[in-house]
Design a protein around this ligand. Structure first.
Ligand code: PRX
Length: 656
């Protein structure tokens, strides 16, 4: 992105205040913003006081840019905070997890059971040689043992590195090597779309040449036959079940590493994002409490992410458990065995808070509103969204068809690096606009600035930066201080801003709109146009279910906009109608956001290339749009998608 700003093209005038009666019972009120502004450190100390500390801190923040220490001198045990203290307070019988297996098996785990399971696992890990300061790699499906494993590590002061279950042996190997993990926890197999798939076979391959691994602890999930290395491999049911169900939790320093989570950059090896204990847990718990308006013992909360992503870490495990949540945990895919599975689960457990990703909401739109209509979703009170911008159209669909026009929607902006939510509405305070993450939470500070670090002001677009440290911020990239400085702190080094990599704008009322990664910004005849705005314009057309746009080299305009769209199931589209349909879409974009944003070309596709966490890989679409050989597809959820797109290319083209 060159020049001063990112053009602000679209406008949104709709806004939805909290529903009747919501504000009166909300966990956070409007005065929290001023209170936090008046004394940020006192505000965060108050939030940290929601946790149980074995030793209180002497200093809230020690900030030596770009290195922060929060709650200096404080000591706590993260697992104790997430489990034991609730049992001690008399809530042992409260359900921590309603777990739903993909094949339809279920488990109910109370806080008392969770405490016993975590203690047993901590004892087993100790027997296997795990000590405070070690690293443990975890590659497991979405089963309760995944949560138990994470908490057992936390209890022992060892850092976990969870690797998404769908990642290849190569990806696991790179992560085990980088973190020098001592133990790997995995399973025999995992269920994928109704069928058992092998897991241990792959993990064995991954650790064939990783000298740090001493043992592999294997959970039996699918009864799949597994290769076995005597002396190294241990069954979970043999090593864990026989352990005593009590374990004394030691208190660790607030800055003791809690986990490493690898996130792939656009280039190079994955970055091991390091998070520590006290500040991270404080912000994960605080945000879960205020953004979802969670009520312990009353709410039934469901975050649909996988524990392999940061959303799973902060909003399935640490935030909710610290707040004594009753959660739903689901092992499978949304359409196994049918497209109503999520709604069936909401109805079954009376889910009150549902937190998911725009990619799934758009998929629900594509499947049609008749599916959620068949279920009773009236228990829902708050709906959340995370992972990418939610297009206004998808926001409205979510509100009307899932939230029965009566649930605040919280669009939450954050990153693996920020550890917890940073920008989001407060559901009992904010009049939310469809598609906007609205404003920074109380205690958090961000700015939108130009190339020269000048604030853009209302109506302006530019780079989103975080100008003050926050408790859950990453503490570094594992083993690579230079890369940490370089990646996040060099862009605005003079100002000491953290640069998040995202473009954003303020609307005239000062609400924040996320505009996509700045690497994806298009430059058309000198106008810097955000991918998000053009995609939202396309999705607002009744025939379009999903859209991805990229800038492709163009002799006249520098770059031109090329769009890839998936049509809704009921859209009429064939050779005879294609010209009209595509022209209509191009005109629609011109009408919605201006002629400058009219796509040069629109291609109708069946699928879009997405990473396993649901983000569109625009780099690959740029290769197609510029007629290049398609680049590295190894991180795609489905690598055959690019072939489908290239094959279908000549069918759906529209050019002037
Ligand atoms: O580009 C932003 C987008 O996802 C990036 C962070 O990705 P990751 O580290 O995988 O974490 C995802 C879960 C927090 C951000 O830099 N992103 C995330 N949430 C939003 C978003 N973009 C727009 N709106 C959001 N609510």
């Amino acid at each position: 992105m060159s020049g001063a700003t990112l053009d602000n093209l679209s406008t949104e005038s709709r806004s939805f205040p909290p529903p009747e009666g919501f504000a009166d019972q909300a966990n956070a009120t409007a005065d929290w913003y001023d209170r936090a502004d008046a004394d940020r450190e006192a505000f965060w100390a108050e939030q940290a006081d929601r946790l149980a500390w074995a030793e209180r801190w002497d200093q809230v923040l020690d900030w030596q840019p770009p290195f922060a220490k929060w709650f200096v001198g404080g000591k706590l045990n993260v697992a104790y905070n997430c489990v034991d203290r609730h049992v001690e307070a008399g809530h042992g019988e409260q359900v921590a997890f309603h777990w739903e297996g993909e094949p339809g098996d279920t488990r109910t785990v109370t806080y008392a059971e969770l405490q016993r399971d975590v203690c047993k696992a901590a004892n087993a890990l100790t027997e296997l040689g795990v000590r405070a300061g070690d690293r443990v790699a975890i590659q497991l499906p979405m089963i309760p043992e995944a949560v138990v494993s994470m908490l057992a590590c936390a209890r022992l002061g060892a850092a976990h590195s969870v690797v998404f279950g769908g990642f290849s042996p190569g990806a696991l190997k790179a992560r085990v090597l980088d973190a020098e993990a001592k133990l790997l926890i995995t399973s025999d197999g995992q269920f994928r779309r109704g069928k058992p798939a092998p897991m241990k076979e792959n993990t064995d391959q991954a650790i064939a040449e990783t000298p740090s691994i001493e043992h592999v602890l294997v959970v039996k999930r699918t009864e799949t036959e597994v290769p076995w290395t005597e002396g190294r491999d241990v069954w979970w049911h043999e090593a864990v079940d026989r352990q005593p169900d009590t374990h004394e939790a030691e208190a660790f320093d607030a800055e003791n590493p809690l986990f490493i989570l690898y996130t792939s950059g656009t280039t190079g090896t994955p970055k091991g994002i390091l998070h520590t204990s006290g500040g991270y847990l404080t912000q994960a718990a605080y945000t879960h409490h205020v953004v979802f308006d969670h009520k312990p013992g009353e709410s039934v909360y469901w975050c649909t992410a996988d524990i392999g992503w940061v959303t799973g870490h902060s909003y399935i495990v640490y935030g909710p458990l610290a707040n004594r949540a009753t959660s739903v945990m689901y092992e499978g895919t949304p359409n196994t065995p049918h497209e109503g599975r999520h709604f069936e689960i909401i109805q079954k457990y009376g889910v009150t808070i549902y937190y998911t990703a725009p990619t799934l909401i758009r998929t629900f739109m594509k499947w049609g509103k008749e599916i959620p209509e068949k279920y009773d979703l009236s228990s829902l009170k708050v709906l959340g969204s995370v992972g990418e911008s939610i297009n206004p159209e998808a926001w409205m669909w979510y509100r009307e068809n899932i939230g029965h026009d009566n649930c605040p929607i919280v669009d939450t902006w954050w990153q693996t690096e920020t550890g917890a939510i940073m920008i989001a509405p407060l559901p009992g305070v904010t009049a939310a606009k469809p598609g906007s993450a609205m404003r920074t939470l109380p205690g958090i500070s961000a700015e939108i600035v130009t190339e020269e670090a000048e604030p853009v002001g209302p109506g302006g677009g530019g780079y989103l930066v975080l100008d003050k440290p926050w408790p859950a911020m990453l503490r570094g990239i594992w083993g690579d201080e230079e890369r940490y400085r370089d990646t996040y702190w060099s862009r605005f080094a003079d100002q000491g801003y953290y640069f998040a990599g995202d473009g954003a704008k303020y609307d005239d009322d000062g609400a924040i709109w996320l505009l996509g990664r700045v690497d994806d910004v298009m430059n058309v005849s000198g106008h810097r146009i955000s991918t998000t705005e053009v995609e939202s314009a396309l999705v607002s057309h009744p025939t379009v279910a999903e859209a991805a746009v990229v800038g492709a080299a163009d002799a006249t305009t520098g770059q031109a906009i090329v769009a890839f769209v998936i049509l809704r199931g009921n859209a009429a589209y064939d050779e005879s109608t294609s010209e009209t349909v595509l022209k209509e879409l191009r005109d629609h974009v011109a009408k919605e956001i201006g002629p400058i944003a009219k796509p040069r070309q629109i291609m109708v596709v069946q699928e879009l290339p997405k990473t396993r966490s649901g983000k569109i890989m625009r780099r690959l679409l740029r290769d197609v749009a510029e007629n290049r050989e398609v680049g590295d597809v190894t991180t795609l959820a489905d690598s055959s998608v690019m072939n489908l797109i290239s094959d279908g290319l000549n069918k759906g083209k529209s050019e002037d």
